[in-house]
Design a protein around this ligand. Structure first.
Ligand code: SAH
Length: 275
């Protein structure tokens, strides 16, 4: 079981949001445990102060090192990984989420206001994680994003053992489009292959469609996918037979106009396959 301790001024934000869907289920089935702690419990003055003005001036109050340290000491042990949610961190990825899912204990520190005293970061934080290149007003939403993304990689959390590995990003590609009943909705039909019952054919088709979708929507990701040199990746590619560009172009040319339409893949040009 992965245990996550969240240090936050707004515990209700975490507790409220974690109880739904896949995350709520993971909590119920004891695959994941989330506890919250507020530095306020360690504030000793009448106002329960947890922040103060920044030295040197500037906007925004800064969270005090002292009360944060007491919260950290309450939860931290020798196998804890301490994360600070921060716009200055490295961006959360599927790979990072998978790695964190293998930890035994995560401590996530959420900032508020202008952030936290740098000295608490120096002394306790193993890594800073951002959820993207923008600033939000507190670490709680970020912590929830991390917990949600990480929990999907805990064995047993998703129904099918390997669902998380088939989601977008896991193998460097975005997921293929999905369809459910009815077979025909207004003018749009479900691609014929998906109705064939030929699982091997369907799997190959999905990988190729994934590659095309990624080329179209995230050329940056697709380029990385083609260039990745590390061994893991080669092994994956072997398993999934990462389609070379010429093969992809042929595949696209052979898709029926109707399939292209249904898949949202109408507008490829020669250049897309040679860039
Ligand atoms: N003055 C800080 C931002 C403070 S925002 C700076 O410019 O770096 C207040 C808190 O929100 C931060 O302490 C952090 O915990 C959280 N936060 C803001 N943006 C975030 C992001 N992109 N990812 C994760 N946490 C974020």
């Amino acid at each position: 079981m992965l245990h996550v301790d969240v240090i936050t001024l707004f515990p209700e934000m975490i507790e409220g949001a974690a109880n739904y869907g896949v995350l709520g289920q993971a909590l119920k089935s004891d695959l994941l445990k989330i506890s919250t702690h507020t530095p306020r419990e360690f504030a000793e003055d009448r106002h329960r102060t947890v922040d103060d003005r920044p030295f040197g001036g500037g906007d925004g109050m800064i969270m005090l090192a002292e009360t944060l340290e007491k919260s950290l000491n309450k939860v931290k042990h020798k196998n804890s990984r301490v994360i600070y949610m921060s716009p200055q961190g490295s961006v959360l990825t599927a790979q990072k989420s998978r790695e964190l899912a293998q930890q035994e204990h995560l401590v996530i520190l959420c900032g508020r206001y202008g952030g936290v005293d740098q000295r608490i970061l120096n002394k306790y934080v193993d890594e800073e994680i951002t959820i993207g290149d923008y600033v939000i007003s507190g670490g709680e939403l970020g912590a929830l994003v991390v917990i949600d993304a990480v929990s999907r990689f805990i064995p047993g959390v998703l129904g099918h053992a390997d669902s998380a590995d088939k989601d977008s990003f896991s193998e460097g590609l975005l997921e293929h489009p999905n369809f459910t009943r009815p077979r025909q909705w207004q003018e749009q039909e479900v691609p014929e292959v998906l109705l064939s019952g030929n699982h091997k054919l369907i799997e190959e088709w999905k990988v190729k469609v994934s590659a095309l979708v990624t080329m179209k929507k995230r050329p940056d990701l697709f380029k990385d996918y083609l260039n990745k040199e590390n061994e893991d990746y080669k092994a994956l590619k072997k398993k999934k037979t990462g389609p070379p560009l010429e093969e992809l172009q042929k595949f696209w040319n052979n898709l029926s106009p109707q399939d292209k339409e249904s898949l949202g893949l109408t507008d490829f040009t020669e250049d897309d396959f040679h860039g």
